[in-house]
Design a protein around this ligand. Structure first.
Ligand SMILES: Cc1cc2nc3c(=O)[nH]c(=O)nc-3n(C[C@H](O)[C@H](O)[C@H](O)COP(=O)(O)O)c2cc1C
Length: 124
């Protein structure tokens, strides 16, 4: 188990996460994503609403880092792992993205799900 209740608590209480990716040249990219949550005990799912750069990077290089902090408690984690892009037509899209779709609502269509299989968890 990579994601336990302690990690889940900080995810719930973090307004957003920061997703770090790299392109095929190793150039880093870090951007905020508000629509994210855990899925099961080893995955984090992030909504691609306006994140073409992150999606492109993940397709070129799946290694990513996701960090988040509950600013009021000053507690958070950084999670490293491998991401894949789950497209709308993928049979698992609705199940993987159920909570993301609820969070985003109708005003923010989710183009893809950035699904991170977590390999390492570290306290910030
Ligand atoms: C507070 C905040 C929250 C955001 N949340 C999301 C999000 O959940 N999903 C998303 O795709 N973009 C989100 N964005 C927009 C992306 O961060 C922004 O479009 C960024 O430039 C994408 O960079 P990328 O294309 O390199 O991934 C958010 C932006 C801000 C300022």
């Amino acid at each position: 188990m990579k994601i336990n209740e302690v990690v889940r608590l900080d995810i719930r209480n973090s307004v957003l996460c920061w997703l770090a990716t790299v392109d095929d040249q190793g150039t880093p990219n870090v951007t905020p994503k508000e629509i994210f949550t855990s899925y099961g005990d080893d995955r984090v799912v992030i909504a691609d609403i306006a994140s073409s750069g992150s999606v492109r990077n993940v397709q070129a290089q799946p290694k990513v880092c996701v960090s988040f902090v509950d600013v009021f408690r000053q507690r958070g984690f950084k999670l490293t792992g491998r991401a894949k892009i789950v497209q709308q037509q993928d049979p698992s899209f609705l199940e993987l993205g159920a909570e993301l779709l609820r969070m985003a609502g109708a005003d923010f269509p989710i183009r893809n799900i950035i699904c991170v299989e977590v390999e390492q968890v570290a306290r910030i």
